[in-house]
Design a protein around this ligand. Structure first.
Ligand SMILES: [Zn+2]
Length: 215
């Protein structure tokens, strides 16, 4: 089972990815992580990618696709993989689709986690992060509060709201997300493997919807 996971910030992509990894032993493919790995290991593609990064340019799609292709050929991906954060554009989606086909694989499901902006804003603005840079534990004043308000359970440091998690910043992130992602959603929407999942339900119900599609 190979899956592409789409959803706005706060829609729960991280949580659902973890569920798929834990329950079905699928492999989560984060392009950021594998890119850093190739750069660190100085592979041919890693060296190429680094030359763009060093000059402050975006790494071109064909380099990213090459790195993803190497990753999905590894044996652990036979158990299924989850694409999280890629593709982001129609050009990447087309390149990815060609590459998947070339490797005799299929994308079994495209899962879009969907929730109202009000809920996404509420979820993200209620996050608090430990100010101790060696700890950085994450809490949520609504869903996972610390024992003592404003204080980290693990290290006793002050909890802060990150500057990219204020209401203003999140509203902007959501607007940018929809502008960039809507064309991609329109591109995938209507395909038989495309599933919209209501992400404003309790977590158990979201997991159950995902499970019913995976099965
Ligand atoms: Zn802490």
């Amino acid at each position: 089972m190979n899956v592409i996971l789409l959803g706005a910030p706060g829609a729960g992509k991280g949580t659902i990815s973890k569920h798929l990894v834990d329950k079905y032993s699928m492999v989560q493919i984060s392009t950021g992580d594998i890119l850093r790995n190739e750069v660190k290991n100085q592979t041919e593609l890693g060296i190429k990618a680094k030359s763009f990064m060093d000059s402050g340019d975006l790494v071109p799609d064909e380099v990213i696709l090459g790195i993803i292709e190497n990753r999905i050929k590894e044996s652990d991906c036979k158990r299924g993989f989850i694409m999280d954060g890629f593709p982001r554009t129609i050009a990447q989606a087309e390149g990815f689709s060609d590459m998947v086909g070339r490797n005799n694989l299929v994308i079994d499901a495209i899962l879009e986690l969907e929730a109202d902006d009000d809920l996404l804003i509420k979820r993200l603005t209620s996050r608090r992060t430990c100010s101790n840079t060696n700890c950085q534990a994450i809490y949520n004043v609504l869903y996972q509060p610390p024992a003592k308000e404003g204080i980290c359970d693990k290290c006793g440091s002050e909890l802060i709201q990150r500057s990219d998690e204020t209401e203003e910043a999140i509203t902007y992130r959501l607007k940018t997300y929809y502008e960039k992602t809507q064309p991609l959603i329109d591109y995938y929407n209507g395909g038989s493997n495309y599933h919209k999942i209501k992400a404003d339900l309790p977590l158990d119900e979201i997991k159950a919807s995902v499970d019913s599609i995976i099965k």
